[in-house]
Design a protein around this ligand. Structure first.
Ligand code: FAD
Length: 318
């Protein structure tokens, strides 16, 4: 049973899953393996790997010349996906974005994934990048995640970009998409965001993973609104324990979300990051317990900078 949707449908209890970020350019895989080693005993049903498109870097040389070039700070999503699958025998869900790819490059990436035996993809628009407030699509690329979902669905039916292709091997990807309990920052309203989310599901997405949230009421209300709008697929809650004092300021700014006042107050009383990590972990354990009581299909944890707390959470929950 390789597909996320099959794992969800056949689960006997709430599943555990994690998201891993590829190492920064120049770093080794050992660091990533170390993080997975800490968590593998809790049997993650799947491990997501994020994708990071090239970013423009500006360097000033000694002679005063300014050089601009594009580099990928975290390359290796495809290779990392394959090596984790081989090493741990666990299904890995690579993230694939509209950003950074033409449609042809996406087709090539899908062929790579298919050849590697990857059965799941999280289809996303992709971050706008630090310099862009608005997402700018590639020339001959996709603007919205729905178009990427459509391309994957087409390949699942054996339809490639080139209509003349005669030998049409087809893939069988299970497709996940992103949802935002507190609305995506570009959406004019939560209702409009959910309208487009339904579009992704109607186009063929099998499940939704949410942006992190710290108040379960926000998630439950989002799920209710999605159901009222006719979205019936599983909605997997994404969780991130606060691990640093400054995250009560940084996370809302970066991810356009809110921190409940009770958590905010407790973290602001902390004098060290260790204290903040302890409070953040406890909060996340309570969130997890409550979500399980309410029958969520999977608890999906964002591990970046939070590996130690996620182990503590997993010890209590799974
Ligand atoms: P979309 O579904 O395309 O929506 C983007 C915005 O456009 C929304 O405001 C939506 O309401 C609106 N919209 C959608 N369709 C239409 C339409 N047809 N007409 C008008 N408006 C429309 N980023 C990365 O770069 N790499 C990652 O690995 C990554 N992983 C993520 C994982 C999760 C679980 C989440 C929640 C986010 C992740 N992101 C990642 C961030 C994501 O790429 C950004 O949040 C991005 O800005 C939106 O992506 P999306 O797929 O939700 O976009």
């Amino acid at each position: 049973m390789d597909k996320v949707i099959d794992k969800i449908e056949n689960r006997k209890k709430t599943l555990f899953s994690i998201e891993i970020v590829p190492p920064l350019r120049g770093n080794t895989l050992e660091n990533i393996y170390g993080r997975i080693d800490q968590l593998i005993e809790f049997n993650p049903a799947f491990i997501n790997i994020t994708y990071h498109k090239d970013e423009e870097v500006i360097k000033k040389k000694n002679d005063g010349a300014v050089i601009r070039r594009k580099i990928s700070k975290r390359p290796g999503t495809v290779a990392l996906t394959a090596s984790i699958m081989n090493k741990y025998n666990v299904q890995v869900v690579p993230h694939l974005t509209c950003g950074g790819f033409t449609k042809d490059q996406i087709e090539n990436a899908l062929i790579d994934f298919n050849f590697l035996g990857i059965k799941n993809i999280l289809a996303l628009q992709g971050d706008a990048g630090h310099d862009n407030k608005q997402f700018i699509p590639e020339k001959n690329g996709h603007r919205y995640a729905i178009e990427l979902v459509e391309q994957i669905v087409n390949m699942n039916k054996g339809h490639y970009l080139d209509d003349d292709l005669v030998q049409k091997n087809h893939s069988d990807f299970c497709i996940g998409v992103a949802g935002y309990p507190e609305k995506h920052y570009n959406a004019s309203s939560l209702d409009s965001d959910i309208h487009y989310l339904k579009g992704k599901v109607d186009a063929g997405a099998d499940y939704i993973v949410t942006q992190m949230f710290f108040d379960n009421k926000v998630y439950y209300s989002f799920v209710d609104k999605c159901r009222a709008a006719g979205i019936t697929v599983p909605i997997i809650p994404g969780l991130k324990p606060i691990a640093l004092m400054n995250q009560v300021d940084v996370l809302p700014r970066l991810f356009h979300l809110s921190i409940p006042e009770a958590l905010n107050k407790e973290i602001r009383k902390c004098k060290t990051d260790d204290e903040a990590l302890e409070i953040g972990t406890k909060w996340s354990i309570e969130q997890s317990k409550n979500l399980i009581e309410n029958g969520v299909p999977v608890l999906h944890y964002y591990t970046l900078g939070a590996g130690d707390s996620i182990r503590k959470i997993a010890e209590q929950i799974f």
